[in-house]
Design a protein around this ligand. Structure first.
Ligand SMILES: Cc1cc2nc3c(=O)[nH]c(=O)nc-3n(C[C@H](O)[C@H](O)[C@H](O)COP(=O)(O)OP(=O)(O)OC[C@H]3O[C@@H](n4cnc5c(N)ncnc54)[C@H](O)[C@@H]3O)c2cc1C
Length: 388
């Protein structure tokens, strides 16, 4: 069997590694000419880490991951700790430590595990078609490739999705912008092994450790979609958004490098349950595009990859049955994560300011158990983290 994968992001590379591991002939086509992921880092929650471990990347993942021993919420204005608790109960419950990882390093790890020389870079797919005996992808240079199965792991603006659904879709602006990057650990912002989140007025400032004595940081701010932005002005923009905020937030703004600070407008997509058309299927953000508010988009993409492997393993002679099994095993779970993230997004970003104020009040009485219960709820339900 030959499977062509379009897109060498986290989802596409995980799928390529997973399928190759069961002896499937895979080819990966990627439109960019080099590994340049958007965004500084991501938190790979325990379900995602279990997927990486399953792909044979346990040691490499642990080497790149930051050690988060504690989590805290801090009043953004006063700097007062609202709650502080350990991560160990979560690790004990789900059986795996989560790891924040710099995105470029995660991407390189996956590409190297598959073989960078085996990835066809600079190949932008412009059309995909199902067929009786094979599916066909056509690239911008006019070349075509045929395979038993084509997997569109072509991200949030997927053209495979359009083909599978039979119509274009419009993503929804979630109402906020995420500025993110990496800085050296600075204890004025937060302790080196703590995920520290400052909150106030529907905004959020967060730091968490990644390998190499660095913090992954992000700022969530409420800005209209399409606001003009000059990357060099990151500090000035953030100083304005966070005027009067605590010294830790000011230290972060002073310490960041504007030129490597990304500005990402956050969008998502209503869940849909058709992921397959004949021999063509979607995977990752192409199949479920979520806001990052529970840190599960990439983890979910990796879960798709494992589920796809299992479906093709269980139906080696029938690609239609395999893809139906893949779709059947994933759409509910992925939809649940998208909707959970949307709910959390609204809560954290003051869609209803009173509800958000109540959440801040609740955080002051939090011993960690409610937060951990919520995170465990996100983690459980994937192929390697079945819900009880
Ligand atoms: C600010 C932010 C923070 C996030 N934080 C987290 C987090 O903490 N934890 C988490 O799990 N997830 C997080 N996510 C989500 C995560 O980044 C995505 O879910 C993940 O990258 C999806 O992987 P993917 O492979 O499906 O898509 P992508 O990573 O977008 O990869 C798609 C690939 O396809 C290529 N491509 C697209 N079109 C074509 C074409 N026509 N032909 C050829 N190639 C093509 C692209 O160049 C790209 O390389 C976050 C997202 C954002 C925006």
């Amino acid at each position: 069997m030959k499977v062509v994968i379009i897109g060498a992001g986290m989802g596409g590379m995980s799928a390529a590694i997973a399928l190759r591991r069961i002896g499937i002939d895979t080819e990966v086509y990627e439109r960019v000419t080099e590994n340049k992921p958007v965004g500084a880092a991501i938190s790979v929650w325990s379900n995602g880490v279990k997927c990486l471990n399953y792909l044979g990347l346990e040691q490499q993942t642990a080497a790149l991951g930051g050690m988060v021993e504690e989590m805290s919420y801090v009043d953004g204005f006063t700097g007062e700790t609202m709650c502080l608790f350990g991560m160990q109960p979560l690790i004990d419950e789900v059986g795996q430590r989560p790891y924040p990882i710099a995105r470029a390093e995660l991407q390189s790890m996956l590409m190297q595990a598959y073989g960078i020389e085996d990835i066809h870079f600079g190949m932008k797919m412009v059309e995909v078609r199902d067929g009786v005996d094979a599916a066909t992808a056509t690239f911008a240079d006019g070349t075509t490739v045929q395979a038993d199965v084509i997997i569109g792991a072509d991200g949030a603006s997927s053209i495979t999705r359009e083909y599978v659904l039979g119509h274009p879709v419009t993503r929804r602006y979630a109402g906020y912008v995420n500025y993110n990057g990496l800085v050296q650990v600075d204890e004025r912002i937060g302790p080196a092994t703590r995920w520290t989140t400052y909150v106030g007025a529907g905004k959020r400032v967060s730091v968490m450790p990644v390998a190499g004595n660095r913090f992954y940081f992000f700022f969530d701010v409420l800005e209209p979609q399409g606001t003009d932005y000059d990357r060099a002005s990151a500090r000035e923009v953030l100083r304005e958004h966070f005027a009067g905020w605590a010294p830790g937030v000011q230290a972060l703004i002073d310490g960041l490098d504007p030129l490597t600070t990304n500005r990402v407008e956050i969008l998502d997509l209503d869940p849909f349950h058709t992921w397959v058309k004949g021999r063509v299927a979607v995977l990752g953000d192409a199949a479920h595009n979520t806001t990052p508010d529970i840190g599960q988009g990439g983890c979910s993409a990796m879960e798709d990859a494992i589920a796809l492997q299992w479906a093709l393993r269980d139906h080696p002679d029938d690609v239609h049955a395999a893809l139906a099994a893949y779709q059947g095993s994933r759409t509910e779970r992925a939809a649940d994560l998208v909707l959970r993230a949307r709910k959390r997004c609204d809560l954290m970003h003051a869609k209803d300011p009173q509800t958000t104020e109540q959440w801040y009040a609740d955080l002051r009485n939090e011993d960690g158990s409610n937060v951990i219960r919520g995170i465990v709820g996100n983690i459980l339900g994937g192929p390697l983290t079945p819900a009880p």
